[in-house]
Design a protein around this ligand. Structure first.
Ligand SMILES: C[S@@+](CC[C@H](N)C(=O)[O-])C[C@H]1O[C@@H](n2cnc3c(N)ncnc32)[C@H](O)[C@@H]1O
Length: 328
């Protein structure tokens, strides 16, 4: 208020001074000059006001909580496999789900692996030392940059920021590396592909031959959700920017794989293991514990809301967590 009053006074004086020197050609130019003087006069006065307010405001907040956290050393971001791990050990659960996929794909030292949705590269650090060549793909620049920094010592690994929904859009270098792969894993990622998984699975089929394998930790939907449950799932998907079309039943998932070429007639074996009992509840409990210990200091709301969704999935079976394995 004070700032504006002083600015008006300065503008008025400027206007008077200008009027005394010239006779303005027209009224519009005069008004423009006054507005300009008003805006210019406010700038130093605002800076002064901010300085005065700064003297009475604290520099502190709760951001110093970050100074007290220890570096976790890992940046996992999957739902975890909460079997035989301590209830507060998220990295161990996340590593266990990643290890479950390595087992499903029967990774070995001669394999050339294409890894989808690598996030910040923890799975690169886990898988790359187990194989002869490693190609990782993930969609977010920020995460890919972190992954690249953490994995730069791995000479036989290459990381790309790409959309796995549309492999045909990948650059030649990535396509060339992928074409040489005999194993593919996708850790907690395929349900994000848009509009659905079809293009990726068709591409995956084109890469794999006898001795090859594809393994994914993925989400599907229960067999007979009620109308309200389907509505609830739509809302969750909208919030999570995840296509609801990916939440198909196990039977539809298998049909999709077949239509992409992974048929028994062609020698492919498809298996889908439901691991929901070791996934949703464990993660929901872990998030609740984290919320109870850190939620008062750090912004935990998105995770505590997600924990409620996980508990709903665990209770109702509306969404199921599965390990999909395809081998020849
Ligand atoms: C739930 S996180 C899992 C991250 C990582 N696999 C882990 O276990 O820590 C899903 C990851 O998939 C990536 N992603 C989502 N959509 C993708 C797409 N269309 N193409 C490639 N990556 C994608 C996300 O950026 C994210 O890093």
């Amino acid at each position: 208020m004070f700032v504006s009053a002083v600015a008006v006074a300065v503008a008025w004086l400027a206007g008077r001074a200008l009027h005394a020197v010239h006779t303005p050609a027209d009224a519009a130019a005069h008004v423009l000059l006054l507005v300009g003087a008003f805006v210019l006069a406010r700038l130093p006065l605002r800076a002064l006001a901010a300085l005065r307010a700064g003297r009475t405001r604290e520099v502190y907040s709760l951001s110093h909580v970050l100074l007290n956290l220890t570096d976790p050393g890992t940046l996992w971001n999957n739902m975890g496999l909460w079997r035989d791990v301590a209830p507060d050990d998220f990295p161990a659960a996340a590593t266990a789900l990643a290890a479950r996929l390595a087992l499903a794909a029967a990774l070995g030292p001669a394999d050339r692996l294409l890894d989808i949705g690598v996030g910040c590269g923890d799975q690169t650090l886990l898988y790359a030392p187990q194989v002869a060549a490693y190609t990782g793909v993930t969609s977010l620049d920020a995460q890919a940059a972190v992954a690249a920094r953490r994995c730069k010592g791995l000479a036989h690994a290459a990381l790309y920021t790409l959309d796995a929904s549309r492999p045909q859009s990948w650059p030649a270098a990535a396509l060339e590396r992928a074409a040489d792969c005999n194993k593919i894993v996708a850790l907690d990622c395929l349900y994000h592909l848009a509009p659905d998984r079809r293009e990726f699975l068709t591409y995956a089929h084109s890469l794999l031959a006898a001795g090859g394998a594809f393994a994914a930790a993925d989400l599907v939907r229960g067999d007979s959700p009620s109308f309200l449950q389907q509505l609830g799932l739509r809302v969750v998907c909208a919030f999570a920017h995840t296509p609801v079309a990916n939440f198909v039943t196990v039977a539809d998932y298998v049909r999709l794989l077949e239509s992409c070429g992974f048929t028994a007639a062609a020698g492919w074996t498809v298996s889908v293991e439901d691991v929901s009992a070791d996934v949703f509840d464990g993660l929901a409990r872990f998030i609740k514990r984290r919320d109870a210990s850190l939620g008062a200091h750090l912004q935990f709301k998105p995770y505590s809301s997600f924990a409620k969704v996980l508990a709903w999935w665990a209770r109702s079976g509306v969404v199921r967590s599965v390990v999909v394995t395809v081998r020849k």
